[in-house]
Design a protein around this ligand. Sequence first.
Ligand SMILES: Cc1cc2nc3c(=O)[nH]c(=O)nc-3n(C[C@H](O)[C@H](O)[C@H](O)COP(=O)(O)O)c2cc1C
Length: 210
Amino acid sequence: MNILHIDCSARRESHSRQLSAAVVERLLAIVPDAHIRRRDLGYEPIPHLGAAYATALSTPATLAAAGRSADALCLAEQLIQEVEHSDVIVIGTPMNNFTVPSVLKAWIDQILRVGRTMKSTPAGKVGLLRDRPVFIGIASGGVFTGDRANQPDFLTPYLNAVLGCIGLNTVHYLPLQATAFMDDARAAERRRSLIATIEPAMASLVRYAV
Ligand SMILES: Cc1cc2nc3c(=O)[nH]c(=O)nc-3n(C[C@H](O)[C@H](O)[C@H](O)COP(=O)(O)O)c2cc1C
């Protein structure tokens, strides 16, 4: 099993990092020899898109002619291949201003590309990648789901849309909310209960445990 493990927090004492690490630990308990590919967007952000990449994506004819080898697409191609080679994707991300942090948005901008990871149809965009489970641990200072929600959530609907449009439809969220009011013991307890929610999804992964 190949795990792509992505973190987005710039902080070392990060709740979302601990959450994504706990998911990976759970996966390793099932498949101890799983291979882990790390992409740490928090510590090593990828650049926001430059002029060459933006131009390539904005002129589809040039893009088609250049194929995958165009210089402007090198980083995008590397990041897309990391996704393609994965069987499971684990993401740890904070909620920043009701949505994803800019480092994760920069990654998304490299991953979504017409003619490569999705195609445009009259009915909308259709994903070209094989579906696979995506586990997303979210840390938020406040609350964005349920009766106690006191802010909008542009994070989970947005990720559903962008991941879905490239073919990744099996997305599991682990929201660790109200971190601003949480001590370490409570956070650990909450992490354990969130991990318990993904146990049913783990059943589909035991086939890798040979
Ligand atoms: C720039 C910035 C924006 C934030 N925006 C929100 C927000 O919209 N909603 C929220 O609940 N918490 C927000 N927070 C708080 C973080 O989501 C919270 O501290 C979270 O635990 C950070 O993730 P980490 O512990 O993995 O670093 C924000 C924090 C920062 C630094």
